[in-house]
Design a protein around this ligand. Structure first.
Ligand code: SAM
Length: 272
């Protein structure tokens, strides 16, 4: 799987981002968005079997890290995040959390067999600079895995034109975050960015991540089922926090947009 000459990497693209810290985490803690679509288990298979050192960047609730550490008592799992929101109890001794901004210097005690960065879209301003860090901090042949959505959201059928409330809201989020240098479509350039850093054996997987119960496939339906409450919770704070503040849209207009967008989400004919 891994070669001494370089690092391997897996990129997974999703079509939706949900990231409003407090709100998102509160929902995420209950549902673990990635579990239903098997990302969790896929991730586990990517970590080399005998990995001694694993790093989970932007760990969030730390759930992946806790599960992984429990399943692999011989591995040391370090989990970083801007916020110390991870649990203090029932954490296995081989799982350690550290407050760290991943965009600053990485000064860890050792190199890693595997580094994971899931759903960091809204937290990374300079992806080429970010990829230097895992490159320098992976053991030869180590694995990097990044999972990112893209934003604005898409529509799987032709039921939603560019001016539906959801489309307007999600375009607003893209525009607002771009003011701070976030590229919410970066996933489209992720592969070449990673290649330029020198990583080898890059695998890219793209898949749709539904919101709502419309998909036919069992797995996709389950994702849609979990995504609906997540996006519902994310809608108002993201709009008020980003669209009003960064784009200076009047608050009342944004409130109306949120209301319309929430109704729009309930419309099962629209395949967001
Ligand atoms: C959407 S959550 C994803 C959490 C987790 N990786 C998962 O997939 O469940 C994004 C997390 O990345 C963290 N984050 C964002 N930017 C970061 C940065 N520059 N350094 C460290 N953590 C960051 C946030 O605090 C948040 O907990």
């Amino acid at each position: 799987m891994a070669e001494a000459s370089g690092h391997e990497v897996k990129i997974i693209g999703l079509n939706l981002e949900v990231d409003d810290q407090a709100k998102w985490h509160s929902t995420h803690a209950e549902t673990d968005l990635t579990a239903p679509n098997a990302e969790k288990s896929e991730t586990l298979t990517l970590v080399p079997k005998n990995a001694k050192h694993v790093l989970d960047v932007g760990t969030g609730t730390g759930q992946w890290a806790i599960d992984y550490a429990k399943a692999h008592p011989n591995a040391q799992v370090l989990d970083t995040d801007l916020s110390a929101i991870q649990p203090k109890e029932n954490v296995p001794p081989n799982c350690n959390f550290k407050v760290h901004n991943t965009e600053t210097e990485w000064e860890f005690e050792h190199k890693f067999d595997s580094i994971l960065g899931r759903m960091l879209l809204m937290g990374i301003h300079d992806w080429p600079a970010f990829f230097v860090k895992p490159w320098d901090n992976l053991k030869p042949g180590g694995w990097l895995e990044v999972v990112n959505p893209e934003f604005p959201v898409g529509c799987d059928n032709e039921s939603a034109g560019p001016d539906t409330p959801i489309m307007r809201w999600s375009r607003g989020i893209r525009e607002a975050t771009s003011i701070d240098g976030i590229d919410t479509l970066i996933v489209r350039k992720m592969r070449s960015t990673i290649e330029e850093q020198g990583f080898l054996n890059i695998r890219e997987e793209r898949f749709k991540w539904a919101t709502g119960p419309w998909p036919k496939g069992e797995k996709e339906k389950e994702i849609g089922h979990w995504m609906l409450p997540n996006l519902t919770v994310f809608m108002a704070p993201s709009a008020m926090g980003l669209i009003t503040k960064k784009l200076n849209w009047p608050k009342e207009d944004v409130k109306d947009l949120v209301k319309e967008a929430l109704d729009d989400l309930e419309d099962t004919n629209r395949h967001y």
